[in-house]
Write a protein that binds this ligand. Structure first.
Ligand code: GMT
Length: 376
């Protein structure tokens, strides 16, 4: 059955927006009609599809309102699009405000409009601690028809933090394997001024405090004392100043490349040797999957959903949060042993194909849509 699906997400760079947009594109390829409802065009919606529509939410800045009423504008837009386009269901990414806005829209449109909510992490791990918002997050979750989360760890955390009375199903993140694959970029490493014998360690994030980017720099500092290596720091965000200062203090300016926000990450992964993600909170770690799909072993913290993505000793290594020496020692193990590296790169690719394949994940969502519509 072909469905008319409204997708509500944050359009900006970030894992949840990426997953929502990639899902919309793959669902459109399966013949569903997709309506993105968001404040701007999702950044990964970089191609025209005849069955993908975009509806912009605009907020009027009336002087009587101290705060622009974005949530109300979004609810109203969802209701308008759902009625006009006869949507079968809404798939909203994030409990607040999106699930709550969807609930409001459903009240305007009617019970037949079903709501599937996907929790991505930050809405639970950060907002769940904020007592002023926890009741409304709980409400958004409980009023949704079906709720999914991107890892088993996030499901558990949601139950523990919010005590919700709702079944939450795990549906993992995925990547488009046609895009994320090892490419022939023999010249790119040279263009970045990296010598052939130098190993490349990569970190990609939005440089929020939870990503612990200073830990990445400290780990790399130990690595480069043992072997010739370069660190690629990709992304930008609030911690950038702190990170730049640390790089300078440690005398690493020649060895750390700040690349800022980048697209076509697969090209950078294609000449990287190890990916580091040492976050203190991470519901899944989509960037790990992106690296693994390009055959890059990963070293990550034993936090949140990361152990569901990195299989310790197989596709990379897990280490304790803040354990700089442990992370450096494990990364060096991979970088120094080409056989181990090749084994882990291979296992990483297998894992992407067996556990997180886009076909599998998109089918899981389709099954959820059919269940929600049929009320089973
Ligand atoms: O990690 C971020 O800061 C961005 C955040 C988001 O809301 O887009 O990412 C979250 O959702 C991704 C997609 O499901 C997950 O892969 C990330 O692990 C998750 N981030 C956190 O839990 C911190």
């Amino acid at each position: 059955m072909k469905l008319k699906i409204g997708i509500v997400c944050y359009p900006t760079v970030g894992g949840s927006g990426v997953v929502a947009t990639e899902l919309g594109k793959l669902l459109a390829e399966r013949g569903h009609e997709i309506h993105f409802i968001s404040s701007s065009v999702p950044f990964r919606l970089n191609k025209v599809y005849s069955n993908i529509y975009y509806h912009e939410v605009s907020v009027n800045q009336y002087s009587v309102f101290q705060y622009p009423p974005y949530d109300l504008a979004l609810s109203s837009k969802i209701a308008e699009v759902a009625k006009r386009e006869k949507l079968d269901l809404l798939h909203v990414h994030y409990a607040v405000p999106h699930a709550v806005c969807a609930v409001l829209a459903k009240q305007m449109v009617g019970e037949h409009l079903k709501i599937v909510t996907t929790l991505h992490g930050t809405d639970i791990t950060v907002l769940g601690y904020d007592p002023s918002l926890s009741e409304i997050i709980k409400f958004g979750i409980e009023q949704s028809d079906i709720v999914t989360a991107v890892s088993n760890a996030l499901v558990q955390q949601t139950y523990e933090l919010l005590d919700v009375n709702k079944e939450i199903e795990t549906v993992y993140n995925f990547v488009d394997e046609r895009v994320y694959r090892k490419k022939d970029v023999h010249d790119l490493k040279k263009q970045y001024g990296i010598r052939p014998e130098e190993k490349v360690v990569i970190h990609v994030s939005n440089f929020r405090h939870v990503k612990r980017v200073p830990d990445i720099v400290k780990v790399f500092n130990l690595i480069q004392k043992e072997i010739p290596a370069k660190l690629l720091l990709v992304g930008d965000g609030p911690e950038m100043t702190v990170v730049c200062r640390l790089v300078k203090e440690l005398g690493l300016k020649e060895k750390v490349l700040f690349l800022g926000k980048q697209e076509n990450l697969e090209e950078l992964y294609s000449f990287s040797d190890v990916k580091l993600l040492l976050s203190e909170k991470e519901s899944f770690g989509l960037v790990l999957l992106e690296a693994m799909a390009c055959g890059v072993p990963c070293v990550g913290t034993k936090i949140g959903g990361i152990p569901e993505v990195i299989e310790d000793g197989k596709t990379g290594y897990l280490c304790k949060l803040g354990a700089i020496e442990e992370a450096a020692e494990k990364t060096l193990r991979i970088l120094k042993d080409s056989q181990l590296h090749a084994y882990m790169a291979d296992e990483a690719l297998k894992k992407v194909y067996e556990k997180f394949h886009s076909e599998r994940i998109v089918s899981q969502y389709e099954w959820i849509y059919h269940r929600v519509i049929e009320g089973v």
